[in-house]
Design a protein around this ligand. Structure first.
Ligand code: IPD
Ligand code: CA
Ligand code: CA
Length: 315
């Protein structure tokens, strides 16, 4: 890489892309106390990352407004892989909006969205992404069952990978206007305020465990088995019906951990970065590295809790 493209910075305060970011007209708090670290990055990659981050946040807010407006009022509810796997005209409209916007602003970026993903696009993710490639991994509505029922627990989830690493993660709950986001190496935030997972020495007995229910019946049985092993010791076990929100709550230290079998890339792409940047850990349910293709997920505060859950639920 040409030397002229490199910048050495001894401190990093608020990224330019975020200086103008507002939520409902109000400027967010500055993050000047945040990152003070030596960094050497390609200026063009940095600039592109800032533009991607600003767009991801903007799109999450706009798609969120569409969801909020239609919650409980979807006209067309169809099933996909099972009777528990729903899709509505609003999922599709949000997806079209997000995909068109990304392709218009970044025509050379790849886009993988739940409602439009092709086998070829999934195969590209499975076979590994090249270092310089940007890939948007999007769930237009995570929590469609809640959305259909008019329950205020659905989010927009936008993750962007650079090569094999998640670089940007945005999860927006329009019902209470909570925007969780993270940038690789730069921390995790909720509406502009840094967030952290629970302390690493938090015990299972003092922790709320959250779980999800996969849409395929055979995976539900495996989940029930895992829950049965954890529930007797956990302070409480909850299910919110949106994996991305559960994981964001782990990042914010509201709950200790989340697990679910058989999740899809778009369920976890954004929120895994939020958990990791908040100081937590995301692995598969055996405690191994989690690929971008996802599968069985364990997201936690990264302390004793993580190992304890792995001990209880691993194959
Ligand atoms: C679902 C939600 C739910 C999880 C399911 C997912 P969708 O996604 O994340 O919490 O338990 O496994 O399929 O269908 O609402 O996008
Ligand atoms: Ca989902
Ligand atoms: Ca979805």
């Amino acid at each position: 890489m040409a030397m002229a493209m490199l910048r050495v910075c001894s401190h990093w305060t608020l990224r330019p892309a975020l200086l103008s970011t507002t939520v409902h007209g109000a400027p967010w708090k500055s993050r000047t106390s945040h990152v003070r670290r030596l960094c050497v990055r390609s200026l063009s990659v940095q600039d592109e990352g800032n533009a991607v981050e600003a767009l991801a946040m903007d799109l999450a807010l706009k798609a969120g407004a569409m969801i909020k407006d239609k919650s409980g009022h979807a006209l067309q509810v169809d099933t996909k892989e099972s009777r528990f796997d729903l899709v509505t005209e609003v999922d599709k409209a949000c997806e079209d909006f997000l995909r068109n916007q990304v392709q218009e602003k970044f025509p050379d970026h790849f886009y993988l969205g739940e409602e439009t993903a092709t086998e070829k696009e999934l195969e590209r993710l499975r076979s590994g992404l090249k270092d310089s490639e940007w890939t948007w991994i999007v769930d237009p509505i995570d929590g469609t069952l809640n959305f259909v029922a008019g329950m205020p627990l659905s989010v927009v989830s936008i993750g962007v990978a650079l090569g094999q690493n998640m670089e940007i993660g945005v999860v927006y709950n329009p019902f209470n206007d909570e925007l969780f986001y993270a940038r690789r190496g730069q921390g995790a935030y909720l509406n502009g305020i840094p967030i952290n997972v629970l302390p690493h020495d938090t015990e299972l007995e003092d922790s709320t465990v959250s779980v999800g229910f996969p849409s395929k019946p055979e995976w539900r049985l495996r989940m029930l088995e895992a829950i049965g092993k954890v529930a007797p010791s956990a302070r409480s076990v909850r299910a919110l019906g949106t994996a991305a929100l559960h994981m964001s709550y782990v990042g914010a230290g509201r709950i200790g951990c989340f697990f679910e079998h058989n999740l899809k890339p778009w369920d976890v792409a954004a929120a895994r970065l939020i958990v990791e940047e908040a100081g937590g850990r995301v692995t598969d349910m055996n405690g191994n590295f989690l690929q971008l293709t996802a599968g069985s997920i364990l997201a936690s505060n990264g302390g004793v809790l993580h190992d304890r859950i792995v001990q209880l639920v691993s194959d």
